[in-house]
Design a protein. Sequence first.
Length: 526
Amino acid sequence: MSQFMLVNAINGDVIDIRSNSTASGALVQIYPSKASGINLNHPGVQTLAPNQTWEIKPDPAGSDNHIIQNPATGHCLDIVQASLSPGAAIDAFEVKSKDNANQLWAFLPDPDDSGYYFIVNPQTGYVIEPQGGSPNSRTGLVVNSRRLFENKFQLWAASDGTALPALTLAPPSGTLQGNGNYVWMPEDQTKVLDDFTVEMVILENLVSPAFSVQLNGNAPYPPPKGVVYDAQWSQFGMVVQNNSLVLFQQVWHQLGAGPGGAKDPLETQTTFSGSFLTIQNNTIPAGTRIELKLVSNPSDKNITGITGQAFDQAGAALGPLVPWSAIGQPNFKGTTAPESALSPLAAIQVVICGTPGNNGHFTAGMGVLRIKSSTPLSAQTSAPNPHGIGTAENTNCYYGQVATGRHSLITQPFGLPNPRVTKLAGVWTFAGAGFLPNSPLTLSGEWTQDSPLLGAGKVQPNSLAKTQSDGTFSVLAQISNDNAPYASGRLQITFTDDGGNSATGLVTTPLTVNTTVSSSGALGPP
């Protein structure tokens, strides 16, 4: 593969070994390109600075991943001290032939087709970014969780347009939102999941009065010969309401939703544990990590319950480890569910949606789901079990695409866009950001003026209005009164994408070089 610079999408700076150091362990940063001149042996090709030149090489230990090597020193991009923590620094270090997980990288293409890539460390799922998302030159590089929106600073490309050895994105069956997420499965659904954990890492304050995180699972299908599982659909998870985080469970019999048949020992009623975390103002703070772990019987691998616990950014527990079991829970026949009626799970869908029986609505937030399993899993669009795996509850939370293939760690960003009108350029050409990518935009609004003689004006439809692949837009708004730009008045205009996310801009006229826009946004319909 050719040699090139690695360019950051946010400002065009490139990955640079600090101070031109040739020492092993030298830190790396973003810095303006120092490429100059023309290489006479390759007309039209710039000469690259040695400390900004990189090439992609195979993993010396033989995995499908890669190292990113500097030809001048032979050193490669390396997570300092093999740290597993977010925020760990990146340096240029001697290439290791084994035990080199901290030097391995994969290239996940931007799902918005920008032509850029996330550079992912497969061991941790973290991606390379300038520290704090800063666009400032000389900012050091670190690894951190991939963001779903406003992630331009995490995107990289080769300076010569070389296509990097990219992973393939798993296609969703529809919109990755609410109750529509991938199904996580092993090689086939006759195999049993073991040691399944979901970590919910909050990157930006997650705000909602009530929602749930549901782990919806199916029994192995078809079951082993001679085996009949009573439990065909299991639901374990976390509910957030009344500023408290609790666990819940519900298990359905193979006969389906109930009350079930005469021999149905299951169809457990939805029950809730005690609180394992108390929050304020319906907000789970940024930096919180919530761990939900399924509990299984060691002998038959039946999933019997779930545990939940919350931690702060430093890893300190914020509350007790709370278990919640399906065994002994009341069913609809006036008895309780025995362990013998439960089953192992062979497919799981993790969704962030409403509380049981309700839809939910977020007003802010972003994070990542870290899905861990000792049985490698892949992202599928459905489960083969005929009893289904989905849930009725929904919400306005979106999920990111993940790579194909089977993995023991899957990191999936989630969150909400931050819609806003950013500026006014010229006569009624508005710009905005934080909307859904590649989405049609609906315009609405009205101009009101100080002089009744000039009349009012409505914002007219614009069928060409659409966001770009990064959720930004620049749209000409037509007003049904030509006097609007020149009279003294106010224009209020609202832009709405096809996910119901909207932002309103307010402009005071007449237009001058100092005309400003005030903006407020809203996320989706409740």
